[in-house]
Design a protein around this ligand. Structure first.
Ligand SMILES: [Fe+2]
Ligand SMILES: [Fe+2]
Length: 447
């Protein structure tokens, strides 16, 4: 249900919009003037009801009412004004569906809307609350121009619009939300598709730029992108738009690995963000696994493509960062102790779930599903879900498993990359098959 709120006082408009969203689950459109309202009505003939002020600078409530009578006689009009309708010439001949004299309470307005729209308690119960997906404010800052409205979450069911589609979200906005400790804003699920398309275009523009893309810039942007992919996968499913954004992110990672194939990640701090563990370690993992493959002289474009895709998808079906972090750091027993049997079962299944997503993705290169399926196996057969040992693990899975281990260990060490210590500790575990060769190459790289 769409309701248009026309009010030139922005505070009052926000309160009315918030009340309509939270009580009726309505999609609220807003206009600061009569003429803007008429434009919005032209673009949205499916609006159920217009809640409208009378006295406004650019077009009055009377103008909106006259427009509706001529063009949309079925659209309900509720007047909220300081005087009675008889004070205004446009309402002498025809009356609004309801009238509220300012000041009025939220209770009065909501009772009036219920009556005008014939919303019985049963019909109200059927109104589904709107669904939202969260987007980090830092990520929003990366978009030039917004193509959807942004909301702040007040509680599980209460959201209030704070930024309009078409606005620019700049540094000062980011600061304002940082000060209020608001890390995420929300978009409506119906607008997610358009948001994803725009975001994908923005990521591709950077990956196709003429200048070299520094690894740390790409890692940060890919972390933001993967966070969006992750959120959308859980809210919408792995749709075509989500798949396109994943591919754009892989493009960006490959572009910067091509620009600088050295394992520079080892030399700098691997700052895995514990608050977005899945997206940040996935983004770093793409760079580390492609770097190791290059050192092994498995440096074809297609190998890198497979490793980057696997990195981005491997933990995508896990909803909780904590689940991924505890699982990677402490193993299955810790998962069961902290998250119970259902947490354990979700975690054990995630390699197969990720492989399923890969198989369903158009143009997915072969082997990616195998890497995903095997990413928690161990060369000594102590991993899951199949307890395969090194003989059953493919060369690319082996690179991936070691890279994942490095990224996790460096994260646990607080980002202090002591590769020599890591290699020493892992000598026994990685002593057979492809694992031995990879470890030897890494050891040689330190000399
Ligand atoms: Fe995983
Ligand atoms: Fe992981």
């Amino acid at each position: 249900m769409k309701i248009l709120v026309v009010e030139d006082e922005s505070d009052l408009r926000d309160i009315i919009a918030f009340m309509l969203e939270s009580r009726f689950g309505a999609q609220v459109l807003e206009a600061p003037s009569g003429n803007r309202a008429i434009e919005i009505i032209r673009e949205n003939p499916d609006i159920s009801c217009v809640v409208c002020d009378y006295r406004m600078e650019d077009g009055s409530g009377g103008d909106v009412f006259a427009f509706l009578r001529q063009n949309q006689p079925a659209m309900k009009f509720i007047l909220c004004s300081s005087g009675p309708p008889d004070d205004y010439p446009e309402f002498r001949e025809a009356r609004p569906a309801a009238h509220f004299q300012k000041p009025f309470t939220a209770e009065q307005l909501s009772a009036g809307i219920r009556e005008v729209l014939g919303l019985t308690p049963a019909a109200m119960a059927q109104q589904k609350p709107p669904r939202y997906c969260k987007i980090r404010t830092q990520t929003i800052l990366k978009m030039d121009l917004l193509n959807c409205d942004l909301y702040v979450r007040l509680s599980d069911t209460k959201f209030v619009k704070v930024v309009n589609s078409g606005d620019v979200f700049g540094e000062s906005d980011l600061l304002r939300y940082d000060e209020k400790r608001i890390e995420y804003l929300y978009i409506r699920i119906e607008e997610a598709e358009a948001f994803l398309q725009k975001f994908t275009r923005d990521v591709l523009t950077i990956s196709k730029a003429k200048e070299a893309v520094p690894q740390d810039t790409a890692i940060v942007l890919n972390k933001a992108t993967l966070e969006v992919v992750h959120e959308m996968t859980h809210r919408l499913g792995f749709t075509r738009e989500v798949a396109e954004l994943t591919k754009a992110s892989v493009e960006l990672a490959l572009r910067c690995i091509r620009d600088d194939p050295r394992l520079s990640c080892f030399l700098q701090k691997l700052a895995v963000d514990p608050n977005s563990f899945i997206s940040s370690h996935s983004s770093i993992l793409a760079h580390v696994s492609c770097g190791i493959a290059t050192m092994m002289s498995w440096n074809s474009e297609s190998t890198r493509h497979k490793l980057a895709l696997a990195s981005f998808l491997h933990d995508m079906t896990l909803e909780s960062d904590q689940l991924a972090l505890v699982g990677d750091a402490e193993g299955l027993a810790a998962i069961e102790a902290r998250f119970g049997e259902s947490g354990r079962s979700t975690y054990v299944k995630h390699p197969e779930e990720a492989a399923k997503i890969a198989r369903g993705m158009a143009e997915m290169p072969p082997d990616v599903d195998m890497i995903l399926l095997q990413h928690h196996e161990r060369p000594d057969g102590s991993g899951f879900p199949f307890q395969h040992n090194y003989r059953r693990l493919s060369p690319l899975s082996s690179v991936f498993i070691i890279s994942h281990d490095i990224v996790t260990q460096f994260h646990l060490a607080g980002g202090d990359p002591d590769l020599a210590k890591f290699l020493l500790e892992r000598e026994k575990l990685y002593s057979a098959g492809h694992f031995r060769k990879i470890l030897a190459t890494l050891q040689a790289s330190l000399k």
